[in-house]
Design a protein around this ligand. Structure first.
Ligand code: 4NP
Length: 159
């Protein structure tokens, strides 16, 4: 069975699409794009069908990550059986996912920053929606580091 990763935040227009684009670039660089599939989704329904927030697109593009073709969608019940790794951006998303998930799939849910390689004092990728461009750049920094850690973890599990 093909391995798969689903990144989840609240709106699916800032943090989780950033993680999707970053992780996809890292999979390409590692030659794993045919082995591991990646998607993102939100726990809130306000932005379904919309492209990522233009600030997230800009912050990503400045670092070589293309978010422009992604479109927001809601997490579904089927996601919990379909995806092997379900990665929450913050503890609120984590709690919401635990509640939405059928019990037999709850073990698939993790927090992204538990895979961080750099030392950080918190477990949440802060929600940048009401913030500044600096907050969006901070999201890319946190996501890029933790996605590398996640990829290394998955590679160990698959080997
Ligand atoms: P995200 O950011 O969860 O990283 O996509 C947000 C986007 C939209 C809203 C909140 C957070 N909102 O309240 O509409």
């Amino acid at each position: 069975m093909k391995s798969s990763v689903l990144f989840v935040c609240l709106g699916n227009i800032c943090r989780s699409p950033t993680a999707e684009a970053v992780f996809r670039a890292q999979l390409k660089a590692a030659g794993l794009i045919e082995t591991i599939s990646v998607d993102s989704a939100g726990t809130g329904d306000w932005h379904i069908g919309k492209a990522p927030d233009h600030r997230a697109q800009t912050a990503g593009a400045e670092r070589g990550f293309d978010l422009s073709r992604l479109r927001a969608r809601l997490v579904t019940k089927e996601d919990f059986s379909q995806y092997q790794w379900i990665i929450a951006m913050d503890e609120n998303n984590y709690r919401d996912l635990q509640q939405l998930s059928p019990p037999q799939y709850q073990h698939k849910i993790s927090l992204l920053l538990d895979f961080a390689q750099k030392k950080i004092a918190h477990r949440n990728v802060p929600d940048p929606y009401y913030g500044s461009m600096a907050d969006f750049h901070h999201v890319v920094d946190l996501v890029e580091d933790a996605c590398q850690g996640l990829l290394a973890h998955i590679q160990r599990e698959l080997s």
